[in-house]
Design a binder for this molecule. Structure first.
Ligand code: HEC
Length: 112
């Protein structure tokens, strides 16, 4: 009886322990093409004087910022609109896409 209960718990565990936390970068790429590239580019490098480069941000930071724009904790005229209708899943997907882009510093002032 106890054995059966443990087995049942073990079967349930993966469903509870592994929610869809990891975003899908391919979904993120599609969303970026639709709603972000005009200002941030498909490569995450700023395309507008007032828009920051967002490539390579840590996933957690990226998710926190987008969620804050959406929920009102961080306000910006453009970003609050861009993030307004995003679901948590879409935010994770966008984070997975943009965060995976690797940046390399090619010029470091004062280095040589
Ligand atoms: C119309 C231009 C525009 C569009 C479209 C846009 N953004 Fe932005 N984004 C900005 C600007 C401007 C800021 C800086 C806002 C501020 O000062 O808080 C910003 C900031 C951000 C930041 C925070 C960066 C940081 O360093 O904290 C993230 C993340 C971001 N945008 C992601 C996105 C994503 C993902 C999309 C598509 C869903 C998107 N943006 C669409 C203009 C835009």
């Amino acid at each position: 009886m106890i054995g059966a209960a443990v087995a049942a718990a073990a079967l349930l565990l993966p469903a509870v322990a592994a929610p869809a936390e990891e975003g899908d970068p391919r979904q993120g790429r599609r969303l970026a093409a639709q709603s972000c590239q005009g200002c941030h580019g498909m490569d995450g490098i700023s395309k507008q004087a007032n828009a920051p480069t967002i490539a390579g941000h840590p996933v957690d930071y990226f998710i926190r910022q987008l969620t804050a724009y959406r929920d009102g904790g961080r306000h910006d005229e453009q970003m609050s609109i861009a993030a307004r209708d995003l679901t948590d899943e879409q935010i994770r997907a966008l984070a997975a896409y943009y965060s995976a882009i690797e940046l390399e510093a090619v010029r470091i002032p004062g280095r040589d």
